[in-house]
Ligand binder design. Structure first.
Ligand SMILES: Nc1ncnc2c1ncn2[C@@H]1O[C@H](COP(=O)(O)OP(=O)(O)O)[C@@H](O)[C@H]1O
Ligand SMILES: [Mg+2]
Length: 342
């Protein structure tokens, strides 16, 4: 049944009843039901007037149909599990703030009034089911996407309101690790990692070599500088991407699903590496993932995104102890809970 069938018009209701009657008449002789009180027989499909009311269709504030929740949570509104509590993130300042951000692509409303606070100097994780807008968030942070409404601040500065040249400067604060490492296929590892230094700084080749060698060694690729990306395993490509994300000594490092496509052992190793390098360098790390095990391993701060807003965010310990049914379900990977198949 398509969404159009759920239109509120009276015509629709009548059209559906007629359709139901036709269906009912198609039932064979043996598919009849006898009412014990009146002796009347009906097809096993109940006649229209005896059927339960159509399920209520919940529409969000934009008129979009909200998909049904899992059994037991059918009557929950779209934001019933979104906590209104503001938890103290414990840092003295925020690295990134989203303030009432709305973002739609055509009719697809992705962010619906997102408020999010990423603390300085901690490893934060943004968790959420796939397709909820996690990558869209990252793109807002670096000014690759602009909000329809609301603001995105980096160290208190509004990204959408920045002049082009200031944005260029601010982007140097970021190291970004995209899903597959996003290496240049025609360059060896050394040149890939050296690329941002050669592009954005006037360091001498000797300095570049020193920095690149140190970063490659740090991620366990000290002897692989001559290799081409296609000679590397997925895990090595990610580590190389990580090294490249670090060469400009960024204040903020963004990881978009660094664990995707890695087996659990390599995921665990990558998490350890992220933690080690964070201990060494500090800064705000923002890791986007749907892997709860990774979150358990390294997250200090967790933000849980669903339906375009934060369900709950705060210190990882507090979230893992949360009694909120959605938070609990998501962080334990439980099938039972408000998050249904959508
Ligand atoms: N540039 C774009 N144009 C149109 N739709 C987009 C664009 N980027 C993302 N979307 C849509 O926004 C939604 C969220 O996407 P995304 O942020 O990639 O989800 P995820 O949480 O899995 O990273 C999806 O429905 C996706 O189709
Ligand atoms: Mg994504």
């Amino acid at each position: 049944m398509t969404e159009e069938n759920f239109g509120p018009g009276q015509d629709d209701v009548e059209a559906r009843s007629e359709e139901a009657v036709t269906e009912a008449q198609d039932f064979g002789e043996h598919d009849r039901f006898t009412d014990p009180q009146t002796g009347e027989t009906f097809p096993t499909a109940l006649p229209p007037e005896r059927r339960p009311a159509e399920p209520t269709i919940h529409l969000d504030e934009f008129g979009n149909r909200i998909p049904p929740n899992a059994p037991g949570y059918e009557h929950a509104g779209p934001y019933d599990f979104h906590s209104q509590t503001v938890r103290d993130h414990g840092a003295t300042r925020s690295a990134i703030q989203f303030i009432d951000v709305h973002k739609a692509f055509g009719r697809n409303k992705v962010l619906n009034g997102l408020n999010l606070d990423i603390p300085e100097d901690q490893i934060s994780m943004i968790l959420g089911p796939s397709g909820t807008g996690k990558s869209v968030c990252i793109k807002h942070m670096v000014g690759l996407l602009y909000p329809d409404q609301g603001d995105v601040l980096v160290h208190g500065e509004s990204v959408p309101n920045m002049a082009e040249d200031r944005l260029f400067e601010v982007r140097k604060k970021f190291g970004v690790l995209f899903q597959d490492g996003a290496l240049f296929g025609s360059m060896n590892l050394f040149d890939n990692v050296a690329f941002p230094l050669r592009q954005h700084t006037d360091k001498s080749e000797a300095d570049v070599t020193e920095i690149v060698s140190r970063r490659l060694k740090e991620v366990g690729l000290g002897n692989d500088g001559d290799k081409m990306p296609n000679e590397l395993s997925g895990g090595m490509r990610k580590r190389a991407g990580f090294a490249r994300a670090l060469v400009l000594d960024p204040d903020i490092v963004l990881f978009d699903e660094p664990d995707s496509g890695l087996d659990p052992v390599r995921t665990a190793l990558l998490c350890d590496l992220i933690q080690e390098i964070h201990n060494e360098n500090g800064g705000a790390y923002v890791v986007i993932t749907h892997d709860i095990l990774s979150a358990r391993r390294v997250a200090e701060h967790i933000a849980l995104l669903w339906k375009g807003r934060i369900v709950d965010a705060g210190p990882a310990k507090e979230l893992f102890a949360s009694e909120n049914p959605f938070v609990k379900q998501f962080l334990t990977g439980d099938a039972a809970g408000p998050l249904g198949m959508e």
